[in-house]
Design a protein around this ligand. Structure first.
Ligand SMILES: Nc1ncnc2c1ncn2[C@@H]1O[C@H](COP(=O)(O)OP(=O)(O)OP(=O)(O)O)[C@@H](O)[C@H]1O
Length: 751
């Protein structure tokens, strides 16, 4: 069995101070620790000038999407193919472990590895035959060496969870008290449901504030995705079962730096202790020691496979790139380097699960029955006929309907296999009867026949009254319009009926733009941009320095060649971005609609199948074993519609992805262009010596805000209008609260 090394990536949290000791190398895969004053003390006495640490990737100022793509995607993909995976974040407190694993729940683009992994797993499941992938999730918390089930009905209770190993050495978390129930594993049928479980667990995690992190994790948390997938067509009885552990470890703390006391101090001590055991296990494995003390702590027991067993493992080591934390960084780098030397042996775990096999066979039977029924139906043997009815058939049906309408026969006399034709004939009869009735009415009144959509007028109503209502009766509702040439009269509102506070727009100004006329403006004063016209009381006379700067900015970007060029390009980009966002919204809507349609069709189909089975096999009925399920026309149509909806979904989704990539490109270019414009303005403004506040510098908030408003492209980071963000936010909404959100309350276990 081939062994693979654990892959290790380093993520550096940027700092406001300059950092000279921790230097990422140009290869993007290593980092150099310079032997400065502080570093000499921590290099185990070895007076090296520098230390070089190599990884599979080093990230500094890299987006969450790129981190997922490079470090995690491969492992996540392989989980659906039957391999176990573990992705875990390690590092000092506040270095970005939770940001890496969970992300910032308020900003969609900032979502972390776990929500992205769930999306990836469900996308992969969609490409497999329907119902062939079964996903369950669990969420375990290890707090002060006690395990808690974050998805239990009462997440604060430990329920006596313990770690066990099965005959193959595979690790499970079970209940020690009579093994009634272990860690909750929730079955999830969609990404949204899985995300809802994740957010629910996140909200129940133990967090607390300390000097270095306002929402510090006080526990190790392991979100596990269990995947069972039927192994390809023809692989008869086999199902693969695998699990993906997504681990956010608590951060190591130097107590003198986090300034914790009381309970937080006890927590920190427990965290540091368990991390020390983890280091010991890693050291023992790295040195190939015969005895490794996995069972010493809950964390090492649970992570046993990840560190040396049947698993593909990725470590994200998080460091704070600040000279102040050099000691902590060195300790993390050493741990990461050792983990990188560990090897694991990942194999596909295939098994014969009778329940899954039965499920698959049942589905196959249903599909085959449908195919048979369809064949019969199409060849005219079944109850559903797709050939056009003959004139004779129609005559017969017409006769049956007439007899049914006159009460000469009951509902049972109407055939079930010609529903559409029956409806059509009903409509035909209805229209015929209505036309005859209208003709009769018109003859009786001596006026022209009444057509559909025309109001019936009483013989007394003339051109001066609408439906007999006179102007005196209308009571301010409307006066009769005189000299109307319209086919029916329309009331005009009396002049005094105009709303009192209305603002009337004068459309006669140049360019047709609407501008306010002398009319009540609810106290709004209009600003005169020309200071020459301002009286001492005029708004222009009160022009502030910021307003003067804004005016200078407008002059720069509209009149100065350099400013104009940058502004023109920016406007061009803004227009394109606006259009692209509209299209993204539109496509997002289509994707969501298609998804809803697929879900609704599936539900209807399932309901119909259920009803059909119920109808054929009432309790106690004697049903022959080989009874063939007959597919009715409606089910056939639903299946076809579902297929078409899935194709539409896939097409819109692919278009959406491509467009989003373009949009991100344009947004990056626009940001660069905006910065160029603001920088240019800053230089120009200073060179003009226009105001004593010129020291304020370019790109200040107000100027940037002015520019953004002018571009008319508001920042849109949290909603991209597609199915993925829909699932993400819908799951948050369903749970109502999540870690990091304004409504989330800091929690802590009570022991
Ligand atoms: N690489 C980064 N870039 C920007 N901000 C970061 C980065 N890493 C962390 N932060 C910010 O620092 C704060 C602390 O991060 P986070 O909670 O992820 O740290 P942690 O390692 O999980 O800490 P703890 O061990 O105490 O739970 C958050 O506000 C986070 O957004």
């Amino acid at each position: 069995m081939p062994k693979t090394n654990v892959r290790v990536f380093l993520r550096l949290r940027p700092t406001v101070h300059s950092c000279e000791s921790i230097v990422p190398q140009p290869d993007g895969k290593s980092v150099c620790i310079q032997n400065r004053k502080g570093a000499a003390r921590v290099t185990d006495g070895a007076q090296q000038d520098s230390l070089l640490f190599k990884f599979d990737g080093v990230y500094q100022n890299v987006g969450q999407d790129a981190i997922f793509d490079e470090s995690a995607r491969e492992v996540v993909d392989s989980v659906v193919s039957g391999y176990n995976g573990t992705i875990f974040a390690y590092g000092q407190t506040g270095a970005g472990k939770t940001l890496t694993m969970s992300g910032d729940p308020r900003v969609f683009n900032q979502r972390g590895i776990t929500p992205r992994a769930l999306h990836q797993i469900f996308r992969a499941a969609e490409s497999k035959p329907e119902g062939s992938v079964h996903v369950r999730v669990s969420y375990l918390e290890i707090y002060n060496e006690t395990m808690y089930d974050l998805l239990a009905d009462a997440p604060g209770s430990s329920n006596g969870l313990t770690v066990t190993e099965d005959a193959n050495g595979s690790v499970e978390v079970r209940c020690s008290k009579g093994a009634v129930r272990g860690l909750t594993r929730r079955s999830v049928a969609s990404e949204e449901q899985a995300l809802a479980c994740f957010f629910e667990g996140e909200a129940a995690r133990s967090t607390a504030a300390h000097y270095l992190n306002a929402a510090s994790s006080r526990s190790h948390c392991i979100f596990t995705v269990h995947v069972e997938a039927e192994a390809g067509v023809g692989a008869a009885e086999k199902v693969t079962s695998s699990k993906l552990h997504l681990v956010d470890l608590a951060g190591s703390e130097r107590l003198k730096k986090t300034h914790v006391t009381g309970e937080s101090l006890r927590e920190a001590t427990a965290i540091n202790k368990s991390l020390t055991f983890l280091e010991q296990v890693v050291n023992a494995l790295a040195k190939n020691q015969p005895h490794v003390t996995f069972r010493q702590t809950k964390l090492t027991s649970v992570l046993r496979d990840a560190l040396g067993g049947n698993c593909r493992t990725v470590l994200l080591a998080c460091c704070w790139a600040d000279d102040e934390f050099l000691e902590e960084t060195l300790s993390t780098l050493r741990f990461a380097a050792r983990v990188r030397s560990l090897t694991t042996t990942a194999t596909v775990s295939e098994k014969t699960d009778p329940a899954t096999v039965i499920r698959r066979l049942e589905r196959q039977v249903v599909e085959l029955k449908q195919e048979l029924a369809m064949k019969d139906t199409l060849s005219g043997k079944g109850r559903v006929s797709y050939s056009e009815p003959s004139e004779g058939d129609l005559q017969e049906l017409r006769g049956k309907i007439s007899r049914f309408l006159t009460g000469d026969c009951g509902l049972d006399a109407l055939p079930l296999d010609s529903i559409k034709e029956t409806y059509r004939l009903f409509k035909e009869l209805h229209v015929k009867a209505r036309t005859e009735l209208e003709k009769d009415l018109a003859t009786a009144r001596g006026s022209r026949p009444v057509s559909q959509g025309t109001f019936l007028q009483s013989p007394a109503s003339g051109s001066g009254s609408a439906n007999g209502i006179t102007s005196a009766q209308s009571n301010g509702v409307g006066e009769v319009e005189q000299n109307s040439s319209r086919s029916f009269p329309v009331g005009e509102a009396p002049t005094e009926a105009r709303p009192k506070d209305a603002v009337y727009l004068d459309r006669s100004t140049a360019g047709g733009a609407a501008s306010p006329k002398a009319a009540p403006l609810n106290g709004t004063a209009w600003r005169n941009a020309d200071p020459q016209n301002g009286s001492p009381e005029s708004p222009a006379a009160r022009e502030t320095e910021a307003e003067r700067k804004n005016r200078a900015f407008l002059q720069y970007k509209h009149e100065e060649p350099e400013g104009r060029a940058a502004n023109d390009r920016l406007q061009e980009l803004s227009n394109k971005i606006r259009e692209a966002r509209l299209t993204v919204r539109e496509l997002g809507g289509k994707v969501n609609d298609a998804k809803h349609e697929i879900d609704a069709l599936k539900q209807t189909l399932d309901a119909r199948r259920g009803a059909g089975q119920g109808a054929r096999a009432p309790p106690g009925a004697d049903v022959p074993e080989d009874a063939v399920e007959v597919l009715d026309e409606e089910q056939f149509k639903l299946l076809q519609q579902s297929k078409a909806a899935k194709a539409a979904y896939r097409q819109s989704f692919d278009q959406l992805r491509a467009l989003r990539a373009d949009l991100e490109h344009m947004e990056a270019e626009a940001a660069l262009c905006r910065q160029t414009l603001l920088d240019g303005f800053g230089r120009w403004f200073d060179s003009q010596g226009l105001s004593p506040s010129s020291r304020e510098g370019p790109g200040t908030g107000s100027i940037e805000a002015l520019q953004r408003a002018d571009e008319g492209v508001e920042s849109e980071t949290s909603f991209m209008g597609d199915h993925e963000s829909h699932a993400y936010f819908a799951a948050q909404k369903a749970v109502g609260t999540q870690r990091g959100s304004p409504t989330h309350k800091t929690t802590r276990r009570v022991l």
